[in-house]
Every structure is written in C-alpha cells, then in structure tokens.
Design a protein around this ligand. Structure first.
Ligand SMILES: N[C@@H](Cc1c[nH]cn1)C(=O)NCC(=O)O
Length: 452
C-alpha cells in the first residue's frame, strides 16, 4: 500500500506534529521574558503551562471522536490553524488573561494533532511498519523542542517577544498549507472504515472504553510516560541544580542525553513490538521496573548522587517516551478502524493526567515540608526532594495495578477466542532459534553473494 505518496503524507503530517511540539514548548523557553512581560509571579506563570496541559488532556476524547468522524486531514489542518491563532494572540498579549487565552488555543490545536497523525498510519502503511513508524512519528515530533530551544530562542533574544511568537506562528501556517495541499485520509480508490451515525458516537466511545485493550494502552501510557515528562517539563532542572548541586551546564547536558536516548530507543522498541506483539505489556512492565529501580537508587544514595548515577536515571527515564507509544499500539490492535481515533484519544489522556497529578503533588509536598521547617528554609533541599519525588512511586504503583488488571482481562478475552500465550521461556527459546537460523541463512548466502 505504501509508495512515495504514503511517505509524503507521513512526512507532511509529522512536520505538522513537529510544529505542534514547537508551539507547545516555546513558552517554556520564554519563561524569563514572560515574567517581565506579564509582571507575573512564578506560580502565575506555572498556570500558563497547567492550563495548556489541561486543555490538551481534556480534549483528547472529543478529538478522538472527531477524527473518526471527519478524518485526520481536517483535524491536523484545524490544529495548525488554532496553534497559529494562539501564538499570534500571545505575540500581542500583555495581560495574564490574554496570555492564558493564547496558551489555551495552543493547547487545543496541539490536542488535535498527534492522534490525527497516528490515525493516518494504518490507512497508508501495513503490518510491522506501523509500530516502527509510530515510534518515528514520536521521535521526529520531539525534535520540535529543538526548534524552540535554538531558532525560536535566537529570534526571541535578538528581536524580542512579538517577532519570536509571530515567527513560531508562521511554522503552523506552513503546516496548515502543506496539510491541505498534500495530506489525504487514505490512498485514492480505497474505502475508509465505515463512519458511524452521530447518535452512535456515545456507543462507540463506550465500546472503545469497555475494550480492555484500550484501557491497557491507557495504563501503559499513564505508567511510563509521566516520570520523564515530570522530569523534563518541571522538576528535573531544579532537582539537579538546587538539590543535587549539579552545575547548570551539566544539567543541560543531561537533558540533551534524555532526547538522545529517546531517539535511539524508539526505532528499536518499535521493531521489537512488531516482532513480539504478545509481549508488549511485559516490555512495559520491565521499563516501569527499571524506572522505579533507577529512582530508588538515586533517592536512597547517601548524599548527592554521583553524575554517572544521575545520567543513568535520565537515560532510563528517557525510555518512557518511546515506551509509552506501545500504548497506542494496543489501541490500534484491539479496536476496529472506525473507533481508532477515539481509542487513541483515551490512551493519550493517561500519561498527561499522571504527569499533571505528579507535578502538582511533588510541588505540594515540597511546600508542606518547607512550611513545616523540615527543609531548613531551602524549598529545594535534597532531603525534601527525596520525599517529594517518592510520590512518583505511588502514581506508578497505581499505573502498574491498572496494567496488571487490564492485561488479565485482555488475556481472558484472548483465551476465549482460542489464542494461547506461550510461556515466556518458550517464546525466548523460539526467538533464539529464529536468530540462529537467520544467522545460518546469512552465512550460507554470503558465498553465493560473493560469487554472484
Ligand atoms: N510518548 C509521547 C511521544 C514521544 C515519543 N517519543 C518520545 N516521546 C506522546 O505520547 N506524545 C503525545 C503528544 O501529543 O506529543
């Protein structure tokens, strides 16, 4: 099914997602300028980010329903239009209310983009390519952070607030135009999934939710996306610099390591998922276990943790981004085409809710410890952070319980359908044999290649 046209559609839609991630992250880069422009305190500024994330998370299900009804092209274009409007609003806003309106529009446009881009993949690609391309979609999109950190920051510091946000808006204009010109919902001559009548929308939403595979995807996203998001978007920098005493240039290097590890792991995880579709949840639990162990080692380390241990922590947390994409693979494989957008929206809520709850609770615990005198007047004391960050174990425990209970339901349904899951040991032995056979095949074919 895939040819040049499919790659073009994917390329343009991923550019639209990259533009969305750029718009999502520009405000973080402009934090200092925003404080001066809006004459705002740190907590008011954090409201900008929280509102944007709440709008994003709150719109996931409506957007999922809309993408099933109107197709991804219209929604990706609409998302780009909303983000353009949001950034233009921000470019001219000089009151907190005006700024928050701008960020809300950006959050709404952003919400329309990612699940619509994922929705295009099964229409244009087949089989094992889909999990790999799902990963590449996530990876290429994250590069939008670099567009905020380098060209956007350059324009902001050189030319000021309004030119920077207007230039960011122009990226969404490009995404809007290219999407309308080049993206199509499916290859010409192929029939899309049957669109359900409007009155069946609620039924379809209920069916997507009742499907335990969708909820397994949501708990997957919930459990392993949030530790990395919390670290990168909110608490990582203050923790590293103020509590662990890491130099700020090393802290930036650790944040770069985060992106590099996510980029390296994504394609590998995508191809692993394609080869072991029945072991996806085991991989998710392994990643969650590795994250819990890494945090435990850092938080229990007597005194400030050494840089190598912090680098290990960052590397493990980074796997969560690509790892959480396995959640979307559950949604895709356990739902029919006509409710795939809805199911994807449900999955995508998981990680963002867990992130918001954790970010907030960590802040509350830090405040309480400070008010109680535990922190010795230093809000970001190492021992206070040890307790506050441990909140994540509770959130993760919640997620793991969700994964285990929904996985049991998925497996029970599979057993009813006559699908038997071979024991892990047997599956690993079979994989070893397959690899040996593949190696023997290569050895045997090499002389032929040489003579041929
Ligand atoms: N898991 C992330 C995307 C990702 C992929 N690799 C690293 N991060 C996700 O769910 N993203 C949703 C979005 O809207 O960006």
């Amino acid at each position: 099914m895939n040819g040049r046209r499919a790659w073009l559609v994917w390329g343009v839609s991923v550019l639209a997602y990259l533009a969305a991630v750029t718009q999502r992250t520009t405000f973080g880069v402009a934090g200092l300028e925003a404080t001066a422009r809006f004459d705002a305190t740190a907590s008011i500024l954090s409201v900008f980010t929280v509102v944007q994330l709440l709008v994003y998370a709150g719109l996931q299900i409506p957007v999922g329903v809309l993408v099933d009804r109107f197709g991804p092209r219209l929604l990706i274009a609409g998302g780009a239009g909303l983000m353009m409007a949001g950034q233009l609003q921000l470019a001219t806003a000089d009151s907190v209310a005006g700024g928050i309106l701008g960020r809300s529009l950006v959050g709404a446009g952003d919400a329309l983009t990612f699940i619509s881009v994922l929705r295009l993949l099964p229409a244009w690609f087949t089989g094992r390519q889909i999990p790999i391309l799902t990963q590449w979609t996530g990876i290429v999109g994250q590069l939008g952070q670099i567009a905020s950190a380098i060209p956007f920051a350059f324009v902001l510091h050189r030319f000021g607030w309004s030119p920077a946000f207007v230039s960011a808006a122009s990226l969404s204009v490009l995404a809007l135009v290219l999407t309308l010109l080049l993206v199509r919902n499916r290859p010409p001559g192929t029939a899309g999934p049957q669109v359900l009548p409007l009155r069946q929308t609620a039924t379809s939403l209920a069916q997507a939710w009742r499907q335990p595979g969708t909820r397994l995807g949501m708990w997957t996203h919930f459990t392993i996306q949030f530790p990395g998001t919390v670290f990168v978007m909110m608490w990582g920098f203050p923790y590293l610099v103020s509590a662990e005493g890491v130099d700020s240039s090393w802290a930036s290097a650790l944040m770069t390591l985060f992106v590099v590890v996510a980029v390296i792991c994504g394609p590998w995880l995508g191809s692993w998922v394609g080869r072991h579709p029945l072991r996806r949840s085991t991989m998710v639990l392994l990643i969650a276990g590795a994250m819990a162990c890494a945090w435990l080692a850092v938080l229990l380390y007597p005194g400030p943790a050494p840089l190598w241990l912090l680098a290990l922590l960052v590397a493990v947390l980074a796997i969560g981004g690509p790892g959480s994409m396995i959640g979307f693979d559950f949604a895709r494989t356990y739902n029919p085409g006509n409710r795939l957008g809805t199911a994807t929206g449900i999955v995508n809520i998981g990680g963002f809710i867990a992130s918001l709850v954790s970010m907030y609770l960590i802040g509350v615990v830090l405040d309480v410890l400070n008010a109680a005198g535990f922190s010795g007047g230093d809000l970001y004391a190492l021992d206070s952070f040890r307790i506050a960050l441990a909140v994540q174990f509770v959130v993760m425990g919640f997620g793991v319980a969700g994964i285990l209970s929904t996985r049991a339901k998925v497996r029970a349904r599979m057993a009813d359908d006559g699908v038997r899951l071979p024991p892990l040991r047997q599956a690993l032995a079979r994989e070893r044999l397959r690899k040996q056979a593949a190696r023997r095949g290569t050895e045997q074919s090499s002389p032929g290649n040489e003579t041929g």
